[in-house]
Design a binder for this molecule. Sequence first.
Ligand SMILES: Nc1ncnc2c1ncn2[C@@H]1O[C@H](COP(=O)(O)OP(=O)(O)OP(=O)(O)O)[C@@H](O)[C@H]1O
Ligand SMILES: [Mg+2]
Length: 223
Amino acid sequence: MPDVVLQARGLAKAFVAPAGRLPVLVDISIEVCAGESVSIRGSSGSGKTTLLQQLGGLDEPDAGTVGVFAHGGGMVPPRKTLGRGIGFVFQNYQLMPELTALENVALAARIAGVDAGPAESAARELLAQVGLIDRLRHLPSRLSGGECQRVAIARALVNKPSVILADEPTGNLDERTGVEIMNLLLGVVAERGAALVLVTHSREFAERATRRFVLSGGVLSPA
Ligand SMILES: Nc1ncnc2c1ncn2[C@@H]1O[C@H](COP(=O)(O)OP(=O)(O)OP(=O)(O)O)[C@@H](O)[C@H]1O
Ligand SMILES: [Mg+2]
């Protein structure tokens, strides 16, 4: 039996807009297993970021449930994994501008309860893995877009999450850097048996995932 590490059932989410209620997610159910990558495409405004936010516990759905596998704890709601079960790569990096690359990554480990020394060591190791060992002390403003994205990916991986949620991680990058980022993410899935949910506008990158979906009209359909 495959190890399900992310499970969403009957997710629904609507926003209240001046023109009335705006249903964005209508009825979303999905299961993702360890070692699996799932891609989600959909037009701008179709609700991809909204979906990832519900899956990652950054927002509460109006209806439905989300479970994430937490080591030692079984399936728990995403907020109960305390920053360890899920690694989130945001659409626009969301790095702390006043912190260096090293501090940005170490902070995520500190928030998950790791002591300062081991947090810095783990951050250094991850940044080396993404090819930024000579950029540790750079502020985000002194990094290129691709480098910021690699810091954001290192931050998402530092607590060895069982689930990686990546929101257009290649959206702002040139083609070659985009391919490098994709190789990095799929490499982590292969090496660590993590599960990846990848939101992308790129058909080419979407096709590299083991399963592919399109989000339209608030529901997910196989692509
Ligand atoms: N907090 C909010 N309040 C009201 N409406 C919102 C809110 N967040 C998102 N929306 C609306 O929900 C819809 C889906 O937004 P979302 O950001 O999930 O789209 P997306 O598929 O990620 O788009 P893109 O490809 O441009 O990133 C949009 O129409 C947006 O205007
Ligand atoms: Mg989005």
